[in-house]
Design a protein around this ligand. Structure first.
Ligand code: FAD
Length: 611
């Protein structure tokens, strides 16, 4: 009888590990817990009890991997945040990845998602560090084909499934079909911060927390955060997924890791002349599905009848009523068929969440980015740390494939902040450190982040070489990250750490002193005065005249002059630029915070050389 029960339990574990839907995963997990008599709500001891009671050879390598990660000193054996309770909004890849780290820190973690299923077939390109991260967490155990192709990628739904299973094993409570509607302030007495959810009767409504992580994706912004919009030229993307039958013939077709028009003029000209499909770029990945993503030109979409009528406003242009779905399917089909040299047999659209052919057209003309990554609220003596991660923090530009890489970096940075919150670091210092890291995020690339993937942890210094966690001072972030109540509360301890605004004035006068007398340079502030790049070049020249020939500079060649200055600063002084040279030419305002970070690093480097 006992061995019968063991067999049943092992089969349940196998089913949980291999489950291919969110529902199946949750059901098998509940069953497994019931059979093993372990209570998931006993989050502090859940993982160790599960491990002890599930004596199954197939689980051993997974336990080893999790134990190795959990033993990292950053987590202080699950004690670092053992008194904290965290609510994570969104069970997308970034919400779940953050939840896993918070659970490892010993916090009680609850995740909410309004969706009941993981249905996104779209395939994401992954940076090497994220692959290593997922492999170290046992990704292959849950998904044997993980990154086995020539190009590294995974579908969103498979990634969510891997992370969901890990989160559950670590004692995270995940509720699907629950919509977060807003934060509920403490009512007084001993009650804390809670969430208003729908359905209102859900148990999650009673959960009180002191950390709120918003990972609701690109369009979700909680109260208190400001969003910047980065507008580029009109960009229309199309994604299409076709059934992968995993036949030999399909296996032989080459993936396309991203052909951009500038690199392969001939291919795009033929595509246009032969089938009338005019694209800027195209990507093809072979994963659970045959996945294609491309940027299409408006003219050809109009000509092919995909877009019915031209409108200057992109929302009107791509409104469902203005799109002919059949023509769109035909367009995507033709592009996929042509770009794979007609080698994929019987192309058949996979189904999307609504059971319809999985082809979608979307606008990525505008990208959103939060002005700051975190804030602290306080009501009735209860503090709440609020942080954004994933697309809700910075919407990625899909052709660069930065979504998951930067999303996970922000998840780790956030976990580090929560760890310090647990250690009692004062709010302003905590938030200034988080904002210092956030300044780096949009500049991160596989090249400028550490290559020592094995040592990656939530500690930012393991991932960002030469990171300065204090380049943004508490006084600089004060008005952005403390809500009005905390700002006016004179008795708050955090005010003792506020350093004076004098530091900004000092920086400005240092810049003025060292650029005085240079032609076409007038430094009046720490933002607009730096647009042409001439002031940066003057600074370099003032300290290292041999590096730069001022007579060769053109104050109207903004991109060129800034690029020269940024490159010199990086090459000679190891200072990574905080923005792209081309961004200086756009009409948007120069971000003073970024400029202050950059100039502070420059002053430190140049004056170091001076002394
Ligand atoms: P999401 O995946 O959007 O998850 C957010 C979750 O929050 C959802 O499950 C949603 O249901 C839930 N939610 C939202 N509001 C609420 C609410 N009020 N209550 C409860 N739940 C809520 N990235 C890459 O790294 N590589 C690529 O190659 C790549 N290619 C891409 C191609 C395209 C065409 C697109 C559009 C994106 C691409 N990305 C890529 C970006 C990548 O998809 C995202 O960065 C990633 O999915 C973000 O994860 P997330 O967890 O932040 O948000």
């Amino acid at each position: 009888h006992a061995s019968n029960i063991q067999t049943q339990i092992h089969a349940l574990f196998d089913r949980f590990v291999q489950a291919q839907t969110c529902k199946e995963t949750q059901q098998n997990f509940i069953e497994l817990c019931r059979h093993l008599k372990v209570e998931p709500r006993d989050y502090k001891h859940f993982y160790s009890k599960l491990k002890d009671r599930l004596n199954y050879w197939k689980a051993k390598d997974l336990w080893q991997k999790i134990d190795k990660r959990a033993a990292h000193p950053d987590y202080e054996q699950g004690q670092a945040c053992h008194q904290h309770k965290c609510l994570v909004l969104g069970a997308g890849p970034c919400g779940l990845r953050t939840a896993i780290e918070l659970a490892l820190l010993g916090a009680q973690v609850v995740v909410l998602d309004k969706r009941v299923s993981f249905m996104r077939n779209n395939v994401l390109h992954l940076w090497l560090y994220t692959i290593r991260d997922l492999l170290n967490l046992g990704a292959k155990k849950f998904y044997g084909r993980f990154c086995s192709g020539s190009i590294h990628h995974i579908s969103i739904r498979q990634l969510q499934l891997i992370l969901l299973k890990l989160a559950l094993i670590l004692g995270v409570e995940v509720h699907t079909g629950v919509t977060f509607e807003g934060l509920l302030e403490p009512a007084g007495g001993s009650t804390g911060w809670r969430a208003q959810v729908s359905p209102g009767s859900h148990t999650a409504a009673a959960f009180e927390f002191d950390v709120f992580i918003s990972a609701g994706g690109g369009r979700y912004v909680p109260d208190g955060f400001k969003i910047k919009e980065l507008r580029g030229k009109l960009a229309i993307g199309i994604t299409a997924n076709f059934v992968n039958r995993h036949t030999k013939q399909e296996a032989q077709v080459q993936e396309i890791s991203g052909v951009a028009r500038i690199y392969n003029q001939k291919f795009f000209q033929e595509l246009q002349s032969e089938i009338g499909v005019d694209l800027e770029n195209i990507v093809y990945y072979k994963d659970d599905t045959h996945y294609f993503v491309m940027t299409a030109k408006k003219g050809s979409l109009l000509k092919k009848g995909v877009i019915k009528q031209d409108f200057p406003d992109v929302n009107q242009l791509l409104a469902p009523a203005n799109v002919n779905q059949e023509a769109l399917q035909e367009y995507a089909y033709d592009a996929a068929d042509f770009s794979t040299d007609h080698m994929l047999p019987d192309l058949e659209f996979a189904k999307n969440h609504a059971g319809r052919p999985d082809v979608a057209m979307f606008d990525f003309t505008c990208m959103h980015r939060a002005e700051n990554a975190s804030l602290v609220k306080e009501r009735k003596g209860k503090r709440l740390l609020v942080a954004l991660v994933g697309d809700s923090l910075v919407e990625p530009f899909w052709p660069l494939g930065t979504g998951i890489a930067r999303g996970f970096l922000a998840a780790f940075d956030t976990a580090w902040m929560v760890r310090n919150w647990g250690k009692g670091v004062l709010p302003l210092e905590l938030l200034a450190e988080r904002e210092s890291m956030y300044q780096l995020l949009s500049q991160t690339t596989p090249e400028n982040t550490s290559k020592n993937y094995a040592s990656y942890s939530i500690d930012p210094s393991t991932r960002y070489p030469n990171v300065s966690l204090s380049c943004i001072k508490p006084t600089q972030v004060k008005h952005k990250v403390l809500d009005a109540h905390l700002l006016t509360c004179k008795s708050c301890k955090c005010h003792t750490t506020v350093t004076s605004l004098r530091r900004l004035e000092d920086l400005l006068s240092w810049c003025q002193k060292n650029t005085a007398g240079y032609k076409h340079v007038k430094v009046k502030d720490l933002s607009e005065s730096w647009r042409s790049g001439m002031a940066l070049c003057a600074l370099i020249h003032n300290f290292r005249p041999e590096l730069i020939d001022l007579s060769s500079l053109d104050e109207y060649n903004i991109t060129g002059t800034n690029k020269l200055a940024f490159d010199l600063m990086e090459r000679e002084f190891g200072i990574t630029p905080v923005m792209r040279a081309s961004e200086m030419t756009t009409c948007g305002k120069i971000d003073q915070l970024s400029m202050v970070v950059y100039l502070t690093q420059i002053r430190n480097a140049l004056t170091e050389k001076e002394t």
